[in-house]
Design a protein around this ligand. Structure first.
Ligand SMILES: Cc1cc2nc3c(=O)[nH]c(=O)nc-3n(C[C@H](O)[C@H](O)[C@H](O)COP(=O)(O)OP(=O)(O)OC[C@H]3O[C@@H](n4cnc5c(N)ncnc54)[C@H](O)[C@@H]3O)c2cc1C
Length: 467
């Protein structure tokens, strides 16, 4: 056996210092992807392939381009990884960035940090008749925020009045394959800020690794598909029913509990899934329960449920504030699609703001915000969203498997989580438990894990979650 450390990501400043004054071509992750690409056809050991790629970088680049472009073997680009500091990016653009789910993010928390009122005036607004009103209402929102914080309201509640043009920052780790997708999508974005982010990221990465980020141009698929869908549905099919409940379970795996037990049986036997399903039907209720209890007996609060839980799906129709969406969208295993923000859905007013007696002013600022939104929306509905606040809502369609719902519940029903996402995830698990009680037997916030486990097993798990 031979296990080698082939590479790791290092701060770009360190790399610059190490290579200063040298004309080295091989300081690029392209040599890694090129050598890994050759593994499938070249019998030499990988470390030799890496040496060869480093010795002839131009050849490695050509080989990358051929393999990715001609053969469509895009996964080789996943071996090249980049880190980006994305600084002073609007919350609206962050929503676009974090749609790329095979990436890692750590973002400035607007719960834990006090905001200083910095915001972007988007290109779509600059120089337009409504620029003045845009800035005026943003100043008003930020002033209210500062006042609330002054009054002792936590930033996590005060931020509900701050706009989607508020600036944030995120550290992002992305492989070249995802970067290519991001650059291409962003080239077609309706938002100038997003287009600029994509172009800048491309320029930075292409400088280092020109051969692995290839399909980057704006295109009809990315530019026209949603507008054409909207045009098709508008009027005739979009029946206006504005009011929605916050949480509706619209679809789920029928007979989920039986299917879970069948999947567990399948993983633990040599019989077909069809046969497993038939067998499970013959099992008694307590026998099915025992199977799930065995599957979870050694599970601690930090463990995921077994992968077999992924065969069980749930689709939720949700309505949430942009503040809440900012958190929910981070769950990368979930399938999340969402609409544009819709002022007619109303606003989420944090209970603590209600408690100060400033609810009226909060609502007034939201109303004024919506007037500016409508004015901008007449010419640019997408850019109009920049003015909306953390309190404004959108509809989100979210499909999760039972394993991911467990994960979301552990993190988000826990008291460390923000109150709106706590409430929302508690509603999601409540309805899930109703339709698949056995599958959801141990679901709940991390803080409740001991209690839930004890109820099922009559004893505590080995490890207690930290308080
Ligand atoms: C109390 C609290 C405070 C938070 N504060 C911040 C904050 O200040 N800043 C911030 O940026 N975020 C913050 N978050 C968000 C948090 O960091 C996660 O991004 C979010 O909760 C999504 O969870 P996840 O990454 O564990 O899993 P998901 O994306 O839901 O994925 C589920 C599981 O799949 C696996 N997985 C998914 N993707 C990968 C991957 N790329 N590599 C390895 N494993 C993967 C992991 O096992 C993961 O647990 C906070 C979350 C909580 C609950």
């Amino acid at each position: 056996m031979k296990v080698l450390l082939a590479g790791y990501n290092v701060d770009a400043d360190v790399l610059s210092e190490l290579t200063a004054g040298q004309n080295r071509q091989d300081v690029t992750p392209e040599t890694l992807s090129a050598s890994y690409a050759r593994i499938s056809r070249d019998p030499r050991p990988i470390d030799e392939l890496r040496r060869a790629a480093r010795a002839e970088v131009e050849k490695a680049r050509k080989s990358n381009s051929n393999i990715i472009f001609k053969m469509g073997h895009h996964s080789v680009a996943e071996h090249a990884v980049f880190n980006f500091d994305l600084i002073d990016i609007s919350r609206l653009a962050l929503e676009e960035i974090e749609k790329f789910r095979l990436c890692s993010y750590t973002e400035k928390s607007q719960r834990y940090q006090k905001l200083e009122g910095s915001f972007i005036t988007p290109e779509e607004v600059r120089g337009k008749g409504y620029e003045g009103r845009f800035k005026e209402i943003i100043e008003k929102q930020n002033k209210f925020y500062a006042e609330m914080v002054e009054k002792g309201i936590e930033p996590e509640d005060a931020r509900y009045i701050t706009p989607l043009c508020t600036l944030g920052q995120v550290g992002m780790t992305i492989n070249a394959r995802n970067l290519e997708l991001l650059v291409r999508r962003f080239a077609s974005s309706g938002l100038a800020e997003v287009r600029e982010i994509g172009k800048t990221m491309f320029d930075l990465a292409a400088n280092i690794a020109p051969s692995i980020i290839l399909f980057t141009a704006a295109n009809d698929f990315d530019q026209k598909t949603y507008p054409e869908l909207r045009a098709y549905f508008r009027g005739k099919w979009e029946r206006k029913r504005r009011v929605s409940r916050r949480t509706t379970l619209v679809d789920y795996t029928k007979n989920a509990d039986n299917k879970l037990v069948a999947a567990l049986l399948h993983a633990s036997s040599q019989i077909s899934y069809q046969n497993c399903l038939r067998t499970v039907k013959d099992m008694k209720k307590h026998e099915r329960e025992t199977a799930v209890m065995i599957a979870c007996r050694h599970m601690e609060f930090f463990d995921s449920t077994l992968r077999e839980f992924e065969h069980i799906g749930l689709t939720f129709d949700l309505v949430m504030s942009s503040g809440c969406f900012g958190q929910m969208k981070r769950h990368r295993i979930a399938t999340i699609t969402s609409q544009q923000y819709e002022p007619e859905l109303g606003v989420t007013i944090p209970p603590k703001i209600r408690g100060t007696g400033d609810e009226g002013r909060f609502k007034e600022i939201c109303k004024e915000t919506e007037n500016v939104y409508r004015e901008i929306a007449k010419t640019d509905q997408r850019a109009a969203e920049y003015v909306l606040t953390g309190a404004h809502k959108k509809r989100v369609l979210m499909t999760v498997n039972a394993r991911e719902l467990y994960h979301i519940s552990r993190l988000r029903e826990d008291p460390h989580a923000q109150w709106e996402i706590q409430e929302l995830s508690a509603e999601m698990t409540k309805v899930a438990k109703e339709v698949m009680p056995l599958t959801m037997m141990l679901i709940g916030g991390k803080d409740k894990y001991l209690e839930i486990y004890k109820k099922v097993y009559g004893e505590l798990p080995k490890v207690a979650p930290p308080k």
